[in-house]
Design a protein around this ligand. Structure first.
Ligand code: ADP
Length: 922
């Protein structure tokens, strides 16, 4: 039996097959064969042990030729006659009775008359050579496969593996081939990659789970699998013959090359067990390595991204070179240019406050192997930035000289900062509670009673007690005797209703009482039974006292307002009173309670009210106060004058909410002023008496003349009707003239009206002239009056303006007359004219009386200043005039011109739109 047979016997995993002709074939030594040939090459005699294995082509032929024993291709080597074959070695393949032809080698030599062909069996030799070649090819193939798998990129790996499987399948005619790997997750085998010939049935697919059936196989050699013998593997190979080659490494069998529908020894007889193992190893070895590499790569990638995400990374310190190696991601987040750097540079990254500790801890780690765990801050140039915190953990690996220091850094800024914020907030809260006038307490519910079990730290500073001082009963004793009932009720209410709010006094350690606002809540368990009360004491002593004070001061304020002689009130922007004090009520002849709701405007004329509202509209948060003299018409009573101060109260948007006002009755003063004006007026009239006499005398004279003439005519008897008519008309005209003067005097002599009205100042000039012109002319004073030529309105009293003009003209007349006394030739004149601009009108009264001594200019408006002899001048004329003009919102001034005094009355013009229909003159 050849070694090849033995091999296949093993491959088949069964006993070597019995030769089919074993019964007929004698057991012979397969050593050699001798053939005696005649000159033609016919076989004369056969000898040697191999002769029993020879098969004749045409069995039973007489004197067969050597060629009859040879396979056709060997015939070529022995063409011709034996004599020609001498001296050469002949390799001849003989038909044999066995399965395989006989490969023999020999030579021819003469033997007497015939030829002797001696041959020996070289079958083994050939087989070995073929196997050697096949092994060589196999090795080459394995090397190629392994190289392909090793060198391809990871992404192409599955593709390359498939290509290699396909190559193997095609080369060794394997219908289905697959690589099965251990499935780590599922504890079994998994088809990793496979190839199926196009005409073969599909046995496998990628990632197919195979279970653990393969474990039952012997893992050290290739296995031929017969379904009947391997029922457990039927699921894997179907119902056909299979072939499985294991691959194992240090961990044991980790891969199987599976071949389906494959009788290996028939299809690839030249492949030895070793070749199969080698091919499988060429596939599985690099594949597993690459897969591990891939896993590693993924792991690394995951680790890297995780590190980057977490802001973490490993580090390793090399103490011999005083260097540190950092994970790239870590070096990146720390803004370091390289991943390996001097230890010193690394420590420089740490905040100085933490650096020393880290240095020492690293040293301890190096020296003693004590694990390192530290939270450090990074050193940032800008101290105001929020700190970046790292948790630094490290350990020592190995011992002695081989000791390695490795660890990681983890960004914990978020946690740390939150922690710090929380701690700060906590501290603030603690601090707040401790320093606030509040005490948090807990009282435990014990059989219907509440016993203090906790007080916040603020108890001591607030009341000077500790928890121990408040043991059962002690608390009640400290409650102010007057408040005890309230305190007991508080506890009852708390237990009854679950929450309570009370206020009582507690005595502190010094014996002083504190007003406490007590708010408590009852906490119950799942069954609704009281467990404890949680509450808060707020020291409201100050607030209570302050409230008391406010109450007192409010009372004082109220008394002040009530008892004030001034009229005090509050009213809304629409002038409705919301409050008025007693003096106001008294003034208005009613009770203070009746005041709210009354409208202030109802006591004012429409004009007054409008002016009043106008004034209020100018109040603003910046200028909230306005003072004016207002005039009221109280029903059934005389006019009242109040000096009135308003203060606006505004909301945040600057809207006027209400007005607080203080008023003082000024009627008396006003009345006195009016009387003064009136007496001044009367004085003027008195002064004017001479002029007036002349004024009236003139028409009387004319009338007398007329009457005398008429009487003369009548006595002569030639009184014609026409003549009489003419005379009577003249008399009538003079009567009218005199009546006009008297009328105007009567008007002028009347008291001024209470309210101002708009009027045309030209009216006043006219009135003045009607009273004075005749008298002036009588005294030889020339009146130069210019027409105003414009229409304006001023506000005030026409008679008072007239009085001013009369004063000025009479003063001028006096100055002129006294000058003429000195100089008979002197030609006195008074000029009256008016001019206007946009806002005001100016009335001028000018004379050529030489003017006023400049030293007296300042004083002439003072009351009782006069340069006239006693009994002549009153010294009131200009002073009253000044007051009148000022009251009309105007100004009275004087200057000396080249020839005399020049007085100016300047009055504001009332704009047309400010003249209400009520006030508009007829
Ligand atoms: P009275 O006329 O009673 O003296 P007034 O107040 O009217 O009082 O005048 C004050 C003084 O002003 C006069 O005494 C006079 O000296 C001076 N005065 C007023 N008007 C003129 C004027 N037109 N020319 C010169 N002096 C004048």
């Amino acid at each position: 039996m050849s070694s090849g047979d033995k091999l296949f016997g093993r491959l088949l995993n069964r006993q070597p097959p019995q030769p089919s002709n074993s019964a007929d074939t004698p057991s012979v030594q397969r050593v050699g064969l001798q053939l005696h040939l005649n000159d033609e090459g016919r076989v004369i005699q056969l000898s040697g042990p191999l002769r029993h294995l020879l098969a004749q082509q045409i069995p039973g032929a007489q004197a067969p030729h050597l060629l009859d024993y040879l396979m056709p291709h060997s015939g070529l080597s022995v063409e011709g006659a034996p004599a020609e074959w001498q001296g050469q070695s002949l390799d001849l393949d003989f038909f044999s009775l066995g399965e395989h032809p006989l490969h023999l080698r020999g030579w021819v030599q003469p033997l007497g008359e015939s030829w002797l062909l001696q041959l020996i069996d070289i079958g083994d030799l050939l087989l070995e050579r073929r196997q050697a070649r096949s092994r060589e090819q196999c090795q080459l193939l394995a090397a190629q496969i392994s190289e392909q798998l090793r060198l391809c990129s990871l992404t192409r790996l599955p593709e390359v593996l498939a290509e290699q499987l396909q190559g193997l399948a095609q080369r060794f005619q394997i219908p289905c081939i697959a690589m099965a790997l251990l499935d780590e997750q599922a504890e079994g085998w998994l088809i990793h990659q496979h190839y199926t010939a196009f005409d073969a049935p599909g046995l496998w697919e990628i990632d197919q789970r195979l279970g653990t059936g393969l474990d039952s196989l012997n893992g050290s050699a290739p296995q031929q699998l017969i379904p009947s013998e391997h029922p457990r593997l039927q699921g894997i190979f179907g119902n056909a013959e299979g072939f499985a080659v294991p691959y194992h490494n240090a961990l044991g069998v980790v891969a199987w090359l599976l071949c389906g529908f494959y009788p290996a020894q028939q299809r690839a007889p030249d492949l030895s067990e070793r070749d199969w193992l080698q091919l499988t190893a060429a596939l599985a070895g690099p594949l597993l390595e690459r897969l591990r590499e891939h896993q590693h790569h993924l792991q690394l990638e995951r680790l890297e991204s995780l590190q980057a995400l977490l802001g973490t990374g490993w580090w390793e310190v090399f103490s011999d070179t005083a260097e540190v190696q950092l994970a790239p991601s870590l070096a990146d987040t720390l803004n370091l240019a390289s991943t390996r750097l001097p230890l010193h540079d690394w420590l420089e990254q740490i905040h100085p406050a933490d650096r020393e500790e880290l240095t020492i801890r690293l040293q301890t780690l190096q020296d003693e192997g004590a694990p390192l765990l530290l939270c450090v801050r990074l050193h940032r140039p800008d101290a105001a930035q929020t700190p970046i915190w790292y948790r630094l953990q490290g350990q020592a690996l190995g011992i002695g000289r081989n000791r390695r220091l490795v660890g990681f850094m983890l960004d914990i800024s978020d946690i740390k900062n939150q922690e710090q914020n929380a701690a700060a907030a906590h501290a603030r809260l603690d601090n707040l509670i401790a320093s606030s006038p509040a005490v948090i307490y807990v009282q435990r519910y014990v059989e219907g009673a509440l016993q203090p079990t906790f007080f916040s730290d603020s108890l001591l500073p607030l009341l000077g007690w500790s928890l121990a001082d408040c043991a059962a009963g002690a608390l009640v004793e400290r409650v102010h005797p007057e408040d005890r009932d309230g305190y007991f009720e508080r506890t009852r209410q708390l237990l009854r209703e679950g929450s309570v709010r009370a206020r009582y006094r507690l005595r502190d350690s010094r014996g002083d009482y504190h007003w406490l606002l007590d708010e408590a809540k009852l906490l119950r368990d799942d069954l609704g039974l009281p467990v404890e009360a949680v509450g808060l004491w707020l020291d409201v002593t100050e607030a209570t006292l302050a409230a008391e004070k406010v109450k007192q001061s409010e009372e004082r304020y109220r008394i002040l307002v009530e008892d004030s002689p001034a009229m005090i009130c509050r009213y809304l922007p629409d002038l409705t009173l919301t409050f008025g004090n007693r003096p106001l009520a008294t003034y208005l002849e009613c009770q203070p309670e009746q005041l709210p709701g009354v409208n202030l405007g109802s006591w004012m004329s429409p004009e007054q009210r409008e002016a009043f509202l106008q004034r209020l509209s100018h109040l603003s948060p910046e200028f909230p106060v306005s003072t004016a003299e207002i005039n009221l018409q109280l029903p059934g009573r005389e006019h009242a004058w109040w000096v009135w101060s308003d203060r606006g109260v505004f909301d945040e948007q600057g809207r006027l909410l209400e007005i607080q006002a203080v008023g003082r009755d000024n009627t008396e003063v006003r009345r006195a002023q009016q009387q003064l004006t009136q007496s001044a007026k009367m004085a003027t009239l008195g002064e004017m008496a001479t002029g007036l006499a002349h004024e009236i005398n003139q028409p009387l004279n004319v009338m007398r003349m007329a009457i005398v003439n008429v009487l003369k005519r009548l006595s002569n008897g030639d009184a014609q009707i026409d003549y009489l008519t003419d005379k009577l008309n003249r008399i009538d005209a003079q009567v009218q003239r005199a009546a006009r003067v008297v009328d105007h005097m009567r008007v002028f002599g009347r008291r001024s009206e209470i309210e101002q009205h708009p009027f045309n100042p030209a009216q006043a000039i006219e009135g003045t002239l009607s009273l004075l012109s005749e008298g002036m002319r009588g005294k030889g004073v020339e009146l130069r009056v210019s027409e105003t030529g414009f229409e304006v309105q001023v506000r005030g009293y026409v008679d008072q303006l007239e009085q001013v003009l009369i004063n000025l003209m009479v003063n001028a007349r006096d100055a002129l007359l006294s000058k003429r006394e000195a100089d008979r030739e002197f030609k006195p004149w008074i000029s009256v004219y008016a001019e206007r601009d946009e806002y005001s009108v100016r009335l001028w009264v000018e004379d050529n009386g030489g003017g006023i001594d400049p030293r007296l200019l300042e004083r002439i408006f003072e009351p009782f200043f006069t340069t006239k002899p006693v009994g002549v001048g009153t010294g009131l004329g200009l002073s009253v005039s000044y007051g009148i003009v000022e009251n009309m919102g105007g100004k009275l001034s004087v200057r000396n011109s080249t020839e005399g005094a020049r007085f100016c009355i300047e009055l504001p013009i009332v704009a047309d739109d400010q003249i209400t229909s009520v006030a508009r003159p007829e």
